[in-house]
Design a protein around this ligand. Structure first.
Ligand SMILES: NC(=O)c1ccc[n+]([C@@H]2O[C@H](COP(=O)([O-])OP(=O)(O)OC[C@H]3O[C@@H](n4cnc5c(N)ncnc54)[C@H](O)[C@@H]3O)[C@@H](O)[C@H]2O)c1
Length: 355
């Protein structure tokens, strides 16, 4: 980025992407295609991975020395797409070198690390954003607009299934691998923080990290959220249901088109009674189904433009460090509940931290 008298002359941000394994190349492609950004460096510890990608991006330097990259005063931002146990250290180094940061989900291994990064970014007036990709997905944003417009009535439940024959990870369990997507979607759509998390799960094959898990979140109100995540399903399912008093939504991410369906279905309950008899009347509503149109732009493209806009115009990101922290708190509570077999209170934790 080139500044002159406080005015941006060239609004092209120099970016370094760290990690070019499975997900990194998607970020590299979107940052390279954006008019607002230029991928100046790609960093990875494995030379073969760098060599494989380097032919595709001749203007980019493919290197293994992250410390050296951070010394470049022209570098504006660092994008971290490495395994979760490295996120905190790499993000901290980047922030200390005065670079804006986009870090993969889940943000860190625990909430204390997230809080430290949030404070560091705030103190240095840097953008800290978390890649909660689905928040930038057109289908999810269409559901959000329906909820915000009151089309669903009062939202009653959120129910998600994200299962397939997945890649069993060594460093995290299936909750930390898959649930951040659904927890961040719920956090964005509903905007409520849970009061407790109850998780059950088991390692059935590798005898290490849980490969199948179920989470139930309570909110201290008339709303409940449930999540089923698994690496051991013979079929792939990516489905979210959001139920409201007026309408109900089904979001099936595997549908080629019409991923979102809004059903005018529900149950109306009324009570009648006299002095002797009290009766509950239940009526079922089954109206039309609407498959609304939504923006088909690739979520990562929207996200990359948003990250650049936040840096150039000093805005706070939609998926800020705080949203990363909220998701990590839910994941931490889920792990604690897996160990104890009991629901883990998030309210208690907040009170203890305040003392
Ligand atoms: N947003 C999404 O939809 C999405 C999808 C998949 C993965 N992810 C996230 O992306 C991250 C990476 O996942 P992945 O599946 O690509 O992992 P991966 O193992 O395929 O790739 C990680 C890469 O990082 C490199 N690396 C590790 N430590 C490094 C370091 N200190 N410096 C430089 N390079 C280093 C590795 O050599 C490897 O090439 C994880 O946090 C994961 O949760 C997000």
């Amino acid at each position: 980025m080139v500044w002159f008298d406080g005015v941006v002359l060239v609004a092209e941000l120099n970016v370094a992407v760290v990690g070019c394994g499975y997900w990194g190349p998607n970020l590299i492609r979107n940052f390279a295609e954006s008019k607002l950004t230029r991928v100046k460096y790609v960093v990875d510890l494995i030379p073969e991975r760098l060599a494989k990608l380097s032919r595709r991006y001749p203007g980019t330097q493919f290197v293994s020395d992250f410390d050296k990259v951070l010394e470049d005063r022209e570098l504006d931002a660092v994008v971290i797409a490495t395994p979760v146990h490295t996120h905190y250290q790499l993000a901290k180094q980047a922030l200390l070198a005065d670079k804006h940061v986009l870090v993969e989900k889940p943000m860190c291994l625990n909430s204390l690390e997230c809080e430290e990064l949030i404070a560091l970014a705030a103190a240095r007036k840097l953008v800290l954003m978390v890649d909660h990709t689905f928040v930038y997905n057109g289908a999810v944003r269409r559901i959000k607009s329906a909820i915000d417009a009151g089309a669903l009535g009062d939202v009653l439940y959120f129910d998600s299934v994200r299962i397939n024959l997945g890649l069993i990870q060594n460093d995290v369990n299936v909750i930390w691998d898959l649930a951040p997507h659904d927890l961040s979607i719920m956090d964005y759509l509903i905007g409520l923080e849970p009061t407790s998390v109850h998780a059950s799960g088991v390692s059935l094959v590798a005898n290490k990290q849980e490969e199948v898990a179920y989470l139930s979140l309570q909110f201290g109100s008339k709303f409940i959220a449930n999540f089923h995540v698994s690496w051991l399903s013979p079929v792939k399912i990516r489905r979210i249901l959001v139920g409201g008093t007026q309408k109900m939504v089904v979001y099936d991410d595997l549908e080629a088109t019409e991923k979102v369906k809004i059903y005018d279905k529900g149950v109306d309950v009324s009570a009648t009674g006299d002095e002797d008899r009290y009766k509950t009347l239940v009526e079922y509503r089954a109206g039309d189904m609407l498959a609304p149109a939504y923006d088909l732009t690739e979520a990562l493209k929207v996200e990359v433009e948003h990250f650049a806009d936040c840096i150039l115009n000093k805005k706070s990101p939609l998926t800020s460090g705080e949203s990363g922290l909220r998701v990590v708190k839910m994941l931490e509570a889920a792990n604690a509940s897996l160990r104890s077999g009991q629901p883990e209170s998030l309210v208690k934790k907040a009170e203890v931290l305040l003392r």
